[in-house]
Ligand binder design. Structure first.
Ligand SMILES: [Zn+2]
Length: 288
């Protein structure tokens, strides 16, 4: 595994993040070191969900948060879930499980987890080093999806994949040093809380590189195609539009998460937008 983490964000990036105001919330979950938010982000994000969608699945037992293992099929949410949560077929806590749920209430355990099977997928890359890596299952699925998109004339790039704990420590620490913790929490996941560390998630870019990591990416061909087709390859859009009060992050049309074809298709068919609702877990709008 490459061991040369990308440089810390520059002061210029921090400054633009500050001026981007609410816009930086849109970058919260991913914010790779080289993302350069533009004022466009602020504008577009202001249209972002102002009416919070309260997930009524937000009332599971405390136990479900930390230890919903395979056997805890009774993770079936207590009473009020509008859509029936599935009984876990895979662990929701083991980071090697395709169903692991990582959010602001559910850090990775161990927090410095490193996937044992990181590989570089045979897809068009917009990054190098560790960010070009995915776990082997995700890499294989990504190759199929990128290939299918290309066959339909849609060029997709891998914009950011695996991110190590140490990289996240440096990135988040840089934000804290420059902007303070509150602003850092809006701009970057805390170490051990990034889905990118699992190897199950990655960000896509458009062939032309348009609107990378910005709200307007949602209208680019790669994002439009992914939204319509990603589930066929086992992926979900992890931070969907209007569900930041459940997921903790504003809409990220570029952030895909592998779940497996069956579950991703099931979510799509049933119109369930978030992993939290699908698995009957509490909403995680912010750190505890
Ligand atoms: Zn991401």
């Amino acid at each position: 595994m490459p061991n040369n983490p990308p440089p810390l964000p520059t002061r210029r990036v921090f400054a633009s993040l500050l001026t981007a105001g609410a816009g930086m919330a849109a970058l919260a979950a991913c914010t790779p070191e080289n993302a350069t938010p533009s004022p466009v982000a602020a504008t577009a994000t202001s249209e972002a969900p102002s009416a919070p969608v309260t997930s009524s699945t937000a009332t599971p037992s405390a136990a479900a948060t930390e230890t919903a293992p395979v056997e805890t099929a009774s993770a079936t949410p207590s009473s009020t879930a509008p859509s029936q949560a599935v009984a876990p077929q895979h662990s929701l806590t083991d980071p090697t499980s395709p169903w692991v749920v990582v959010n602001k209430h559910r850090p990775l355990a161990p927090q410095d987890f490193v996937p044992a099977d990181l590989v570089q997928p045979g897809v068009r890359l917009a990054v190098s080093g560790e960010a070009a890596l995915l776990n082997s299952t995700t890499a294989a699925a990504a190759e199929k999806m990128f290939g299918a998109a290309a066959a339909e004339g849609v060029i997709m790039t891998l914009a950011s994949g695996y991110r190590s704990y140490s990289t996240q420590v440096a990135t988040y620490g840089g934000y804290v040093a420059s902007t303070g913790q509150a602003a850092a929490d809006r701009a970057s996941a805390r170490p051990g809380h990034s889905e990118h560390q699992t190897g199950w998630a990655f960000d896509i870019g458009d062939g032309a590189g348009a609107c990378s990591f910005q709200p307007c990416f949602a209208e680019q061909p790669a994002a439009v195609w992914a939204k319509a087709n990603a589930h066929k390859f086992g992926f979900v859009i992890r931070y969907p539009w209007m569900f930041h009060d459940t997921t903790g992050y504003f809409y990220e049309s570029w952030h895909l998460r592998y779940l497996g074809v069956e579950a991703a298709t099931d979510m799509s068919t049933r119109g369930i937008a978030t992993l939290e609702e699908y698995f009957g877990l509490e909403a995680a709008p912010d750190y505890l």
